[in-house]
Design a binder for this molecule. Structure first.
Ligand code: FMN
Length: 326
C-alpha cells in the first residue's frame, strides 16, 4: 500500500516522505538511501566546498540510485556569500529535477534560474505569509516548518498543530508538513492537518546511512523532547540546536543584557559543528536537532524507517481510526 498525494505525483516518488536539506549530513549516502526507499532524498549544496564538487556529488548520488533526488540550496544572510548561482547551475547542469530552497528572498534568483528547465521548486518556510509569497512567485510545493523543527524555525514561534492547518487554509499548491515528524502517527496527523506529505530532518540523522559519527546518532536517540536549545534569538535569526554543554553556554552568555554576537561567536562556528559530526565528540560544538528527538528510539536503515512509517500510518488510518467510526 502507498499514500498517493499531489506531492508523490509531482515528485515521482512512492511515499510522501522527504528528507530535508541538512548541512554536513545531506551527502549521497543518505540522499540515495532515502530515494531508494521510495522517499525523496536531498543533497545539501553548501556541504560541498564548491559548485564543481556539487556536480561530482550529484554524479555520485546518481550512481547510487536511479530514483529522483533533490538538491537543497539554503541562502542565509552572511558577510561572504557563497556562489549560490554557481551551485544552482551545477544542479541544473547535473540534470536534477527538484530543487529545495530555504532562507532569504534571494532564493528567488535560484527559482528564476531553475524554472525554465522544468525543475520543480520545493520551498521551505516558517510562516503562512512566506508560503503565500512563494506560491505567488511560482513555487511548486511548500514545506512548512513548525516551531518544533531543527534549524531555523523563524521568529513567530507557531507550532505545527496551528501552522500547518493555517497554511493549508490559504495555500493552494501542495504542502509538506515539516518539523517534529518521525513516525506513522506524525504522517497521519500531517495528512489530517492538510499537508500532502512530511519533511524530516532530525529523524533521518539517526539512520544507518546518515554519514555522521555513531556517537552523534546515539545522541539523537538519548536526547528526549527537551533536548534542544534555541540560540540566536537575540539576533533575530533563531536556531534550534541540540542541547549540549556548548549550546547551554551560548544560551547562558546570550541571556546577559549586554551580550553581543562577538561573545558567542567562538562557540557557534559552523566548521566546528561540521567537524563534530565526524569526530563524534558530543561537546565539541553546536549540532542541529529538533524536538522530535523525543520520538527517536533506534537507528534503523532508511528503508526500514520509511516502511515502518508507512505501515504504521496505514494501520492507524484503517485500524485505529477506522474502528472509531464503528
Ligand atoms: N535546513 C535547510 O534548509 N538547510 C540546511 O542546511 C539544514 N541543515 C540541517 C542540518 C541538520 C543536522 C538538521 C537536523 C536539520 C537541518 N535543516 C536544514 C533543517 C531540515 O532540513 C528540516 O527542515 C528540519 O530538520 C525539520 O525538522 P525536524 O528536524 O523536526 O524533522
Amino acid at each position: 500500500m502507498a499514500f498517493k498525494t499531489r506531492v508523490t505525483e509531482m515528485l515521482g516518488i512512492e511515499h510522501p516522505i522527504v528528507q530535508g536539506g541538512m548541512q554536513g549530513v545531506g551527502l549521497a549516502e543518505l540522499a540515495s538511501a532515502v530515494s531508494n526507499a521510495g522517499g525523496l532524498g536531498t543533497l545539501t549544496a553548501l556541504t560541498q566546498p564548491s559548485p564543481e564538487a556539487l556536480r561530482e556529488e550529484i554524479e555520485r548520488c546518481r550512481s547510487m540510485t536511479d530514483k529522483p533526488f533533490a538538491v537543497n540550496i539554503t541562502v542565509l544572510p552572511t558577510i561572504l556569500p557563497p556562489d549560490y548561482a554557481g551551485y544552482a547551475k551545477a544542479a541544473i547542469d547535473g540534470g536534477v529535477k527538484i530543487i529545495e530552497t530555504a532562507g532569504t528572498q534571494q532564493v528567488r534568483e535560484i527559482w528564476e534560474m531553475a524554472k525554465p528547465h522544468g525543475i520543480k521548486i520545493l520551498h521551505k518556510c516558517t510562516a503562512v505569509r512566506h508560503a503565500l509569497s512563494a506560491e505567488r512567485h511560482g513555487c511548486d510545493i511548500i514545506s512548512i516548518d513548525g516551531f518544533e523543527c531543527a534549524g531555523h524555525p523563524g521568529e513567530d514561534d507557531i507550532p505545527g498543530l496551528i501552522l500547518i492547518p493555517s497554511a493549508a487554509d490559504k495555500v493552494k499548491i501542495p504542502m509538506l508538513a515539516s518539523g517534529g515528524f518521525g513516525d506513522g502517527r506524525g504522517l497521519v496527523a500531517a495528512l489530517s492537518l492538510g499537508a500532502e506529505g512530511i519533511n524530516m530532518g532530525t529523524r533521518f540523522c539517526a539512520t544507518r546511512e546518515a554519514p555522521i559519527h555513531d556517537n552523534i546518532k546515539q545522541l539523537y536517540v538519548d536526547n528526549d523532547e527537551r533536548g534542544t536549545n534555541l540560540i540566536f534569538r537575540k539576533f533575530k535569526n533563531t536556531a534550534r540546536v541540540g542541547k549540549n554543554s556548548v549550546s547551554d553556554k551560548v544560551v547562558e552568555i546570550s541571556a546577559r543584557p549586554d551580550a553581543t554576537f562577538e561573545d558567542i561567536k567562538p562557540y557557534v562556528a559552523g566548521a566546528v559543528g561540521r567537524e563534530m559530526l565526524k569526530s563524534g565528540d558530543v561537546d565539541q560544538g553546536i549540532f542541529w536537532a529538533g524536538m522530535v528527538q523525543g520520538l527517536i528510539h533506534d537507528i534503523p536503515s532508511c528503508k526500514d524507517l520509511i516502511e515502518r512509517i508507512i505501515g504504521d500510518a496505514e494501520e492507524i488510518v484503517k485500524g485505529r481510526l477506522g474502528a472509531m467510526l464503528g
